[in-house]
Design a protein. Structure first.
Length: 572
């Protein structure tokens, strides 16, 4: 995933905030060969990172066949910080009515903490949180962390921040002093709602301009959800949570560390890694493979941490051993490392944050160009002293170029747009874009609206939405006459305070650009306009761009409180 140059961020941001209407836009071209990227951490016998290895020291094989490296790059916390500083400190200030899901280049390798209450006994959850709080008390500065919680749904509890105080406040809100360990528990949904809701209302700063209050009302829906789900349902919910996290992290360049605190994941639900096509397998097996492939493509390494802690009896149950084996498998499949049977949770987090920032990126084009969905094993070796430990993903599923992860056309699998439209879903950043949301004239429904009816401005107001998307995020076809074309879907959804969709607008279209329009699109983004009416209070707006060719998604949320109808002028 390439980082977005600062000049493009500035240009696209200013274009999105201006009233000028440029010509339509364009996007990323099809690639015939798939470049495989493998991130490798190299540590010595004491767990310290090994630096400054040359490209010639690395040897990579796929399916037992040596591969020619197309390139190698070394990363460290210092080098990544310097690169981020060269790319730019961040986004320019946004004008009122302008929102974005763009992610500035990180200065350190981002880390996600996922607290899995769905698969973790109540007795272990409080202990894990206390261990993480211990780590946060001594975490080094500029450690970039986001916090998620998983019960029946994935919830973003704290967006990325380097402010350790905010992270500690978020953790304290999730599990305040004096509360039992059953917060966010499968058997105690009401306690989960109370704790998360309190944390959001009291401790957590808003995610972004105009997004204040978006999550707190939705979290009350947890009260009415039955959490006594069976094993297969838990596996499906967990996999889809990983899929959502991958979409959330897609716009963050480089490697990402996902530390997953969990009681386990059933081994029987992980399909065998055989070199065969998996057409016709049950949906949940296919979802596992596709989700792990998506995590690999977005360069997300999973670090499972067994929430049970140290087994002092020395006689682990067969169920726990199966869960641990499954977590080892998931770590190997993503290039992470599993931490099992240990009370040193704080030390495990510190090790991931430290060693995960020092790694090597290897890239190659497979010598076998015929992909049929088979699993291909990867082996990396280093010409260096013995005793070194290498962590990297052990293989990938070689899907044909026309295949997309969890495709929308698959009736048995989840629709990507439906997943992105879930009320608590974190923003997706595979397609990065700005949106300008400003009121139309005096709340009158435009002539283009077939009803042509007058809306009561005290209860409803009509808003114009102008999208400006990074054209490099899109899939573009070059037509025989030199024009370029992309097939996109623009979705705007209005939610009531209970998280129900009360209004929507969905438009699918082929966007076509001449060579001259392409130049403008690269500078100003792919442009499209929608209109939708919003009730005056208690609602939120979600905007989604879906690439119908490669399945990529971008989304962002806007709270009605973030819109100022009296001070903003209507868009031209």
């Amino acid at each position: 995933m390439l980082s977005i140059p600062a000049i493009f961020l500035w240009t696209l941001s200013l274009a999105a905030q201006s009233g000028n209407q440029p010509a339509p836009p364009v996007v990323t071209l099809h690639a015939a060969a798939r470049l495989v990227v493998v991130d490798v951490t190299v540590t010595d016998a004491h767990g310290n990172p090994v630096r400054h290895l040359p490209e010639s020291a690395f040897h990579l094989a796929e399916g037992g066949r040596p591969q020619i490296l197309a390139g190698m790059e070394e990363h460290s916390a210092a080098s990544d910080a310097a690169a981020a500083a060269r790319a730019g400190a961040g986004l320019p200030p946004l004008q009122p009515g302008v929102f974005t899901n763009l992610v500035p280049p990180p200065q350190t390798t981002p880390t996600i903490l996922l607290f899995d209450a769905l698969n973790t006994p109540a007795s272990s959850q409080g202990w894990v949180r206390r261990q993480v709080m211990n780590y946060l008390r001594t975490a080094p500065p500029n450690t970039r962390i986001a916090i998620f919680g998983l019960n029946s749904q994935l919830v973003l509890l704290q967006n990325f921040t380097t402010d350790i105080g905010r992270l500690r406040a978020a953790m304290a809100g999730v599990h305040p002093q004096g509360a039992g360990p059953g917060d966010l528990d499968v058997e105690a949904p009401s306690a989960a709602v109370a704790q998360i809701h309190s944390q959001l209302m009291a401790d957590q700063p808003p995610v972004g301009p105009g997004q204040e209050g978006f999550l707190e009302q939705a979290l009350s829906d947890f009260v009415d959800i039955d959490y006594n789900v069976n094993e297969a349902q838990r596996a499906t919910i967990t996999l889809r949570a990983f899929h959502q996290i991958a979409l959330f992290l897609a716009g963050v360049p480089g490697r990402k560390n996902l530390i997953w605190f969990s009681g386990g994941f059933p081994l029987s639900l992980i399909p065998p890694r055989t070199p065969t096509n998996y057409t016709g397998e049950p949906t949940w097996k296919r979802e596992y493979r596709e989700t792990m492939d998506l995590l690999a493509r977005e360069r997300i390494a999973i670090y499972p941490v067994d929430a049970h802690g140290l087994d002092v009896s020395g006689a682990s149950s067969s169920e726990r051993m199966e869960s641990q084996s499954a977590m080892y498998e998931m770590a190997d499949d993503s290039g992470g490392k599993a931490f099992m049977n240990t009370n040193g949770v704080a030390q495990a987090v510190a090790q991931v944050v430290s060693s995960g920032s020092d790694y090597y990126t290897l890239a190659y084009v497979p010598s076998d160009k015929n992909a049929h969905g088979e699993y291909r094993k990867i082996r990396v070796a280093v010409d260096a002293p013995t005793g070194l430990q290498l962590s990297y993903r052990r293989g990938y599923y070689a899907e044909p170029a026309v295949s997309t992860a969890i495709a929308a056309s698959d009736d048995e699998g989840p629709s990507p747009v439906r997943a992105a439209a879930a009320y608590l879903a974190p923003p997706a950043t595979q397609i990065q874009f700005f949106a300008r949301v400003l009121p139309s004239l005096a709340g009158v429904v435009p002539v283009a609206d077939s009803t042509r009816r007058q809306l009561d401005p005290t209860h409803n107001r009509r808003y114009g939405i102008e999208y400006s998307a990074d054209v490099r995020s899109l899939d573009v076809e070059t037509l025989p006459d030199g024009r370029r074309q992309s097939h996109l879907e623009f979705v705007s959804l209005v939610y009531d305070p209970r998280g129900r969709v009360i209004r929507s607008d969905v438009k699918s279209l082929h966007m076509t650009w001449t060579p001259e329009q392409w130049v403008t699109a690269v500078q100003r983004g792919a442009r499209y306009q929608q209109e939708i009416s919003l009730p005056a209070e208690g609602t939120s707006l979600r905007l989604i761009i879906h690439d119908l060719e490669n399945g990529h998604l971008g989304s962002l949320d806007v709270s009605a409180t973030g819109l100022e109808p009296n001070s903003a002028r209507p868009p031209k």
